[in-house]
Design a protein around this ligand. Structure first.
Ligand code: ZN
Length: 431
């Protein structure tokens, strides 16, 4: 029988962890390096900050715990040990696992369900804060003034997330950590982070035929050019205020237009699209040309309820303008399915799990993104996972029951746990 998907993903993490550099000297090697990373990952995967504490209780009573049976840990290290051991680790050492997750997604057909515009995959970029404190700081912290006397320290990352319009799943890819230097503003930092991301991962994901999405910060020539250099496509928000050259060029030209009125329940909604091809992106002689499109949503009274405009390198025409606009709007999914889930629905990306002296907060953010990506793949391709999710209806329902059961019972395997959650098998007997 094939190894179930969640077991494959966790085994992949364990293999990756075994190769982590171990800087301990002497005899203090009771724990394997993998135990530390898995001890940090397991609470994110179980959506339970107190998972390790419960498992220590179980280990005392039963002689073993779900850390051993479900996560393959040999022992449960203490929280402070975990933080000390992970602080010097480079988060990039975990990045190969994001590639494994995309491969799983391709195999289970989950990626095909997210393809748009004749086989393309949308990858949305967005900057987000993942650690904030007025007490602890490190050399990599950004800072800002709060009030008259307070300084707030924070860390940000550039997230890259696979999204699709009308699809309620999001799959985080490798993040790029933003460490601002003096004299660089937010726009400059994100712009550099995006280009570093493309250099590091652009070739790896070229096979997905990616279309990169981003907000108005990204619709600048150096970023557009960097995307084209990777033989990929872009579809960026383009605000009129920040692109005067486009506005000037557009003035006085009669634009192509498409209007569609659709009925949603009792409400009539009108979608109005306009587009124009071969527009110079900037005012100078070296400006590249891009294609511009606009969407307006009007209610039954003719009032505009939504308006946005985009630029892209892809051809825009009457047949694809509506889909392109829907794809451009899918970027908000990174807010809804991506970051909102990460920040409010159990992943607590903004919660300060630990800051460390070097990389700890970045390592923990990476493991949190990996847990989120793993859950999406399990939701789409895990047989037992899907059955449990069907019975418990929501993601929160599934994790609520998973937390409760693993608090008191040791499950010999993930399938045993998931089949119990799906009411397809009785829970294991106590010792
Ligand atoms: Zn810091």
């Amino acid at each position: 029988m094939r190894v179930p998907i969640q077991d494959r993903l966790i085994a992949g993490l364990r293999r990756c962890c075994q190769a982590l550099p171990d800087q301990r000297r002497g005899k203090n090697t009771t724990y394997a390096m993998a135990d530390f990373a898995l001890a940090a990952f397991a609470p994110f995967f179980m959506q339970s900050p107190s998972f390790l504490a419960h498992q220590r209780h179980l280990e005392t009573g039963h002689g073993r715990s779900n850390c051993e049976t479900l996560f393959g840990m040999s022992k449960i290290p203490g929280d402070s040990q975990v933080r000390i051991m992970l602080d010097p680790i480079e988060p990039a050492l975990f990045y190969p696992l994001f590639g494994d997750i995309v491969a799983e997604l391709q195999q289970c057909g989950g990626l095909d369900a997210m393809r748009v515009l004749d086989g393309h995959v949308l990858i949305a970029w967005d900057g987000t804060e993942y650690h904030c404190s007025d007490k602890v700081s490190c050399p990599n912290c950004s800072h800002r003034k709060r009030g008259k006397t307070k300084t707030e320290y924070f860390h940000t990352l550039l997230a890259a997330t696979v999204v699709a319009p009308g699809h309620n799943r999001a799959v985080p890819l490798e993040p790029e950590f933003i460490e601002p230097q003096d004299g660089h503003d937010k726009q400059d930092c994100e712009s550099r982070a995006v280009r570093r991301w493309l250099v590091a991962h652009g070739a790896q994901y070229a096979g997905l035929k990616p279309v990169y999405l981003g907000d108005d910060l990204f619709s600048r020539q150096p970023i557009c050019q960097a995307v084209l250099d990777e033989a990929a496509h872009f579809l960026f928000v383009c605000k009129p205020d920040s692109h005067p050259a486009i506005e000037e060029f557009r003035a006085g030209i009669e634009l192509d237009e498409l209007t569609r009125t659709v009925r949603r329940g009792k409400q009539w909604t009108t979608y109005r699209y306009q587009w124009l091809c071969d527009v110079p992106l900037r005012g100078d002689a070296k400006a590249m040309t891009v294609n511009w499109l606009m969407i307006e949503v009007l209610n039954a009274d003719g009032e505009v309820t939504y308006r946005n405009s985009f630029i892209t390198d892809m051809a825009v025409n009457r047949d694809n303008v509506a889909e392109l606009a829907a794809c451009g709007r899918a970027r908000w999914k990174i807010e809804n399915e991506g970051f909102n889930t990460l920040k409010t629905k159990g992943y607590h990306l903004e919660h300060n799990f630990g800051h460390g002296q070097h990389n700890l907060s970045a390592v923990l953010a990476t493991l949190n993104l990996l847990a989120f990506a793993s859950h999406t793949v399990c939701d789409l391709g895990g047989r037992a996972w899907k059955a449990a999710r069907r019975e418990l209806v929501t993601r929160q329902g599934l994790f609520h029951c998973m937390r409760a059961l693993t608090c008191y019972l040791v499950f010999p395997s993930w399938d045993h746990l998931l089949e119990t959650l799906a009411f397809a098998r009785p829970p294991p007997l106590g010792p």
